[in-house]
Write a new protein. Structure first.
Length: 195
């Protein structure tokens, strides 16, 4: 086998998702993932510290980077929620949009494993921290930035749930905008009742 394997990360992730779907996360070994991908276990560990990270590794980190970068780079007159959704949309376009089918399978695997659900929660917490930091860089105070970031992660989670529904073909970008619009309607209705 050559020393360098093209697309090793993608091949390992695809092999892992296939095996997790076929035989379950707990019953799948790193050796099986590497073999299915046509790679060695050493190559696997060059890219991922554990089989769990195959589902959460480089793409999650890349997503966090893009979201943070785009929030900071958004126009200064853009409201914090809008800046945040712009960051989430940029990551959706750049990283996630071509991965809808893999995301559907990945979501089913995560939902079947308490260990993976816990890691997914940890990933959301990391995204929340990145968003809050980017919003603070834009001048928001720490408490407001954290609250806004938590709302943003909820928007992302809800949009992603809609995006992976059977038969859904609209882009994740669309769902992010729609969830934000729905949130604004809910808040406006509650303010109108209180007035």
């Amino acid at each position: 086998m050559p020393r360098w394997e093209p697309n090793a990360v993608d091949r390992l992730q695809e092999a892992a998702i296939e095996l997790f779907a076929e035989q379950g996360f707990d019953r799948t070994t790193v050796a099986e993932i590497a073999e299915r991908a046509g790679l060695t276990e050493r190559t696997f560990f060059n890219h991922f510290p554990s089989k769990r990270e195959v589902l959460f590794g480089p793409r999650s980190q890349h997503q966090q980077h893009v979201v943070g970068r785009e929030i900071v780079a958004s126009p200064v007159n853009l409201a914090p929620l809008d800046a945040m959704v712009c960051g989430l949309q940029a990551a959706a376009d750049e990283i996630l949009e071509g991965l809808r089918e893999a995301s559907i399978r990945r979501r089913a695997i995560i939902e079947a494993s308490p260990e993976l659900q816990e890691r997914d929660d940890s990933k959301r917490a990391a995204l929340t921290a990145v968003i809050a930091e980017a919003l603070q860089t834009r001048g928001l105070d720490a408490d407001t930035a954290l609250l806004t970031a938590r709302v943003g992660v909820l928007i992302h989670q809800t949009a992603e749930q809609r995006w992976v529904q059977p038969g859904e073909r609209r882009p994740l970008r669309y769902h992010l905008s729609e969830v934000l619009r729905t949130l604004r309607m809910i808040v406006a209705e509650n303010f109108a009742r209180d007035a």
